[in-house]
Design a binder for this molecule. Structure first.
Ligand code: SF4
Ligand code: SF4
Length: 482
């Protein structure tokens, strides 16, 4: 038998060498013997007998044999047969997958006019201004959405609804009555249900805050940082910035809403890339528990789009903040940089993703007229529709989507070591950049690989120096909303 190396990405942490094994998405710590075996094979495949003889002088024969078997088991080594390598396996679900999160767009209206907004800005894919879609979801459609979420959660005992917009709180009356209805219906069918929403915070009146706190609604605030950064793009129709109105309301919310941690979600643009300053302001000065950052989704050429050099700068900034996260985590202190937490969770759970996110599978979005699409960003788009909350979704359409969007179809990703985590990236971003959801997001590969490498290093440090910290990542996450 001749053995050769398979796909892995090496990294070092805490003075040890590790492999991130691409076929199995597992992290493997190397010892001297496994490292020596990999070193021997770096020049090309070798017959097993030759490999064993070469290393037996340095290591015990049994140790060499056992280590080779272990490396084969974790798929770091494989038999070289001379035949062309097998194509990436394409395994798609054979029956409907339970819905974990339904994102309900209760309105497509907004009291802000953020320049970069994917719903209203220059890159929108659904025209919500043509009067064909209701501006506000009716109580009846919201109730149908609840029934849909409970039904489609199938054998799961838990359902989750996220309210979204437009500006979600512009339809607070429907949101409020829907939560009451959903709690009653969930109890009747013997399920648990919980709720979250995303808001720009400008409509957080005292009665709204009271409701969110007592109903334990998870809240994410869209905010871009301190006043000068927030007011660059997050503006009212008359161009006036929104910070002065949002900040006191956020403080009031954070003071009252203690039942669930409140997070901030930041859109990064070419002009607002100071990650550390934004993080410090949002956590230390405003008091957010967690902050997540996402580069703006836009076609290239917009003056707020992040260009190549911007991604390098962004990576540096992320790395600096990630170092703070590591330091805090080694001492079991909380740090709220949620991008690290989410990637560590993915590494820890070791899923080799066939799809970048749950869109169209565990996550779906509903438009104000009750149409169901891949996710909230496609809500109302006929091209990306799956059905309606009233009549249900078409499993044939879902299957066709899963078939055409599987990572095995993305030939550019076939040799990329980061594919178990990235799987080609956001469909909405791909649609905006390349005009099709099927395209991988090749404009940010260096950034994804650089960031994944950093998170692997953090994972390795924690595994070696504070392994108990990683136990928190054992649970399955709820689908995140970006
Ligand atoms: S989009 Fe780029 S980084 Fe992501 S899996 Fe494909 S090749 Fe890798
Ligand atoms: S990553 Fe993109 S496609 Fe997936 S749920 Fe988020 S916005 Fe939708």
């Amino acid at each position: 038998m001749t053995l050769g190396l398979r796909e892995f990405h090496p990294f070092e942490a805490a003075g040890r060498r590790y492999l991130y094994l691409v076929p199995s998405a597992a992290v493997f710590a190397l010892d001297d013997c496994s490292e020596a075996i990999l070193h021997e094979l770096r020049g090309g495949p070798q017959p097993l007998a030759h490999l064993t003889t070469t290393l037996t002088g340095r290591f015990d024969a049994l140790e060499v044999t056992d280590t080779i078997a272990e490396l084969q088991r974790v798929r770091a080594l494989a038999e070289v047969t001379g035949r062309p390598p097998a194509p990436m396996p394409k395994i798609v679900p054979l029956r409907p997958v339970p819905l974990q999160t339904l994102v309900v767009n209760v309105t497509n209206q907004c009291n802000l006019a953020c320049t970069y907004c994917y719903e209203y800005g220059e890159d929108k894919i659904v025209d919500t201004t043509n009067g064909l879609q209701p501006k506000f979801m009716s109580e009846e459609t919201a109730r149908d959405s609840v029934e849909f979420a409970l039904r489609e959660s199938r054998e799961n005992t838990h359902a989750h609804i996220t309210f979204f917009g437009g500006e979600t709180l512009m339809n607070f009356p429907v949101l409020k009555s829907t939560i009451a209805y959903a709690r009653r219906r969930a109890a009747e069918v013997g399920k648990e249900i919980d709720f979250s929403l995303t808001t720009n915070a400008t409509l957080l009146q005292p009665d709204v805050i009271e409701f969110l706190a007592t109903e334990r609604v998870g809240v994410t605030i869209s905010i871009d940082g301190p006043e000068e950064m927030q007011d660059k793009f997050r503006v009212f129709n008359n161009g006036q910035g929104s910070y002065a109105m949002a900040a006191p309301k956020i403080k009031a919310l954070l003071q009252r809403h203690r039942t669930r941690p409140v997070g901030a979600r930041v859109t990064l643009t070419r002009q607002t890339l100071d990650v550390k300053r934004i993080y410090d302001h949002l956590t230390h000065e405003l008091g957010f528990w967690e902050v997540g950052f996402a580069p703006v989704t836009t076609a290239p050429g917009r003056d707020y789009a992040i260009a190549d050099a911007g991604f390098d700068h962004l990576l540096e900034q992320f790395r600096a903040l990630a170092a703070d996260y590591l330091e805090a985590s080694l001492q079991n202190r909380h740090h709220g940089f949620s991008n690290v937490r989410e990637t560590l969770q993915e590494i820890h759970q070791g899923h080799a993703k066939a799809y970048p996110c749950g869109a169209g599978i565990g996550l779906m979005g509903v438009s104000t007229d009750g149409r169901v699409a891949l996710c909230h960003r496609f809500a109302g788009s006929d091209d990306h529709g799956l059905g309606t909350v009233k009549d249900g979704v078409s499993w044939e359409k879902q299957q066709a989507f899963l078939d055409t969007h599987h990572i095995a179809n993305k030939t550019d990703c076939a040799t990329c070591w980061a594919r178990p985590i990235c799987a080609g990236g956001c469909y909405h971003e791909a649609n905006t950049r390349y005009g099709t959801t099927q395209s991988p997001n090749l404009h940010y590969c260096d950034w994804i690989r650089g960031w994944t490498h950093t998170c692997l290093e953090i994972y390795g440090e924690l595994a070696a120096r504070n392994p108990g910290f990683l136990a928190q990542f054992d649970d399955e996450p709820t689908e995140k909303i970006s």
